[in-house]
Write a protein that binds this ligand. Sequence first.
Ligand SMILES: *Cc1c(COP(=O)(O)O)cnc(C)c1O
Length: 432
Amino acid sequence: MKYYSTRDKSKKAVHSLKEAAFMGLAPDGGLFMPESIPQADLAEVERLAKISYADMAIYLASLFFGDDVPSDKLEAMIRRAYDFDCPLHVLEPGKAVLELFHGPTFAFKDFGARFMGGMLGLLNESSDKLTVLTATSGDTGSAVAAGFHNVPGVQVVVLYPEGKVSPLQESQMTTLGGNINPVRVRGCFDDCQALVKAVFNDTDFRAGHYVTSANSINVLRWIPQSFYYFYAWAQWKQGRAAGEAPDVVVPSGNYGNITAGMLAAKMGLPVRRFVAGSNANDVVPEFLQTGEYRPRPSVRTVANAMDVGAPSNYERMMCLYGDSFESLKSEVEGYAYSDAQIKSAIADIYSKYNYVSDPHAAVGYMAYEAAQADGFYLATAHAAKFSEVIAEALPGVETEIPAALKAMMAKEKHFTPMDNDLRQLEDFVDSL
Ligand SMILES: *Cc1c(COP(=O)(O)O)cnc(C)c1O
C-alpha cells in the first residue's frame, strides 16, 4: 500500500508505508492517507471476531500492510500487541458501551500505540537510530511510552504540558526510564503540539536526524484504530436483523479516533451515523452547526485528554468525505458539554446502571442520549485514571484502582523540564 498527503489532491507524490510512518506528517504539511481503501469481507470479520480480537485484527491489518511486512511477523506482532480484550458492555437493550480501556495503560490509545511500536520494530530492520517525538495532553504520552518501551533503535521523547495532566498520567510517562524521555513543557498542549510540528518543519534539523511522530496523525496509529469498530459491530449485531447498522458515538478531542471509525465505514463497516461528543473545546460540533471551522486555543476541562482547540485530524476527516461539508454533515453529528454536565452525567450513569464512567466516556454517553442513538458509544479510559473527577461526581463511591496503576504511582518520576522553545527541544533530541 502506498500513501499520499491530504493536501496532494492529484496524488502526485506517493510514499511507501515506511516513509509515511517515519515522516509522520507529510512534507506538504498534510496528513497521510492510504492511496486506496481496502474493502473488508464482513463475514470473515465476524467469524474471526468470535475467535479473538487479535485474530480479527490480523486479517484487517493484512489488507493494509500485507505487502510491507512478512505475514508471520505481522501476525506475531499483533498477537503480542493485542493480548487484551475490548468488550461491548450492554447498559440496557439498545444502549451499549465499547470498553477500550483494558490495555496496559487503561486507555484506548493502547490500540494505536502498541501497534505502531511493534510495526516500527518490523520496519526499522536496518536499526537506524530513530527518534519518536510526540506531544500529549495526557493519555497519548502514557500509551506511546508503554507501546515503545524497549523497542530497539528507538528513542522516545514525550512532551506534556506542566500542571495539565493528572498525577497518574504523569507517573505513567515518567516512571518507565530506558528509551522513554519525558519532557515537561511550560505551556499548554497546543504549545507542545506546535513544538513537535516545528521540529518536523525544520528541514535543516530533519536532514541530520531521523525523527517521526507517534501522535494520532501517524498512519500506524490511525489505521489500527479502525479495527475495534468492526469488533464492536460484530458483537452488536447479534440479535439484530440482518443489514441493520449502528449509530456510533465517539468522545473526541483530536479526532483521530472518530476518523478511524470513518475509515472503517469506508472499508465497508455498516454505520448508520457518527456522533462526535466534545467537551468545552467545541470546534467541530460548532463547525457541523455553522459550516465555519474556527480552530482556537484549547481550554482546560475535566475530560483533559480531549482538550484540543485545533484538531489535527480535521483535514483527514474532510478528505474522507471528499472535502464536502454537505456530505460530512449528512453522516455526522456533534454535541458539546461543560464540566458541570460531564460530572452530572457520571452521577446519572452510576445511579441508572451502577456503572462508573470516566469523564470522556460520560461525554460519549451524553452525546448518545442527545442524538437518540441506537448503537454504541466508546469508553476511552478507565475511570480510575480520573479518580479526582470521579470523587467529586460520586462522593462516597470507591473506584477500584487496578494494582498495576497503584504500583506505578509509587515509583519515582523522572523528566526534563523545558520552556516552550524549539532550540531547547532540538538540543535535547540531539543529546540522546
Ligand atoms: C485521546 C483521548 C480522547 C480523544 O481521542 P481523539 O482521537 O484525540 O479524538 C478521548 N478520551 C481519552 C481518554 C483519550 O485519551
